[in-house]
Write a new protein. Structure first.
Length: 202
């Protein structure tokens, strides 16, 4: 499977950077698009010499920034209708309420951290637009978040691939395992913080 992907990107490497950018953009609005997996995989392919790592990182960061700003714009323009359309369930409504509360308390930090929370990037950017969070500030902190995210995913794949040069698919598995561990760690931290806050208000 990995060899097939490698041949594909080798045959159309110019298009690959555009695909990475597009996936990163779409994932900010539609969380089902596997942008992180795409960037990690591209990083592994970079370790084999079939893609250019700086171009992969730039494509991922630019796509992430554009997608986040698109989500911000949707929230700014459509606001409550967007929340009702995409986050109408009770569980999603709880997440939106959390995002609104957190943006009010520590917006800059949350914009950066939110990029690493599953579906959090969409919730936070839509909510930032809905609450009319200052766009200039949003754009600056989101650029920081996009660069960090691109470096994290791309380099994770690259060094994972380098660790297993004779079997890049093992590097891919390692990179995905580490990415899941990071995501799980963030979710565990959020859960512990919620428990502490609940205990403090009793």
């Amino acid at each position: 499977m990995f060899d097939t992907f490698t041949r594909l990107v080798t045959d159309a490497s110019g298009w690959t950077y555009g695909i990475i950018l597009l996936f990163a953009l779409l994932d900010a609005v539609l969380p089902v698009v596997p942008s992180e997996a795409t960037v990690i995989t591209a990083g592994v392919v970079c370790s084999t010499g079939h893609l250019n790592l700086p171009l992969v990182l730039v494509a991922a960061a630019v796509g992430a920034w554009l997608g986040d700003n698109l989500a911000y714009g949707i929230g700014r323009r459509y606001g409550e209708r967007a929340k009702a359309r995409f986050f109408g369930s009770a569980k999603a409504a709880q997440r939106v309420a959390w995002a609104e509360r957190q943006l009010g308390e520590r917006g800059n930090e949350l914009i950066v951290i939110g990029r690493f929370i599953p579906a959090g990037r969409t919730l936070i950017t839509l909510t930032a637009g809905t609450l009319a969070y200052p766009w200039r500030r949003f754009a600056v902190f989101d650029a920081v978040a996009a660069v960090i995210w691109a470096l994290y995913a791309g380099l994770l794949g690259y060094f994972g691939g380098k660790a297993f040069e004779d079997a890049p698919w093992k590097g891919l598995l390692l990179a995905f395992g580490l990415a899941l561990a990071v995501t799980g760690g963030i979710e565990l931290f959020r859960w512990l913080r919620r428990r502490q806050n609940s205990a403090a208000h009793r």
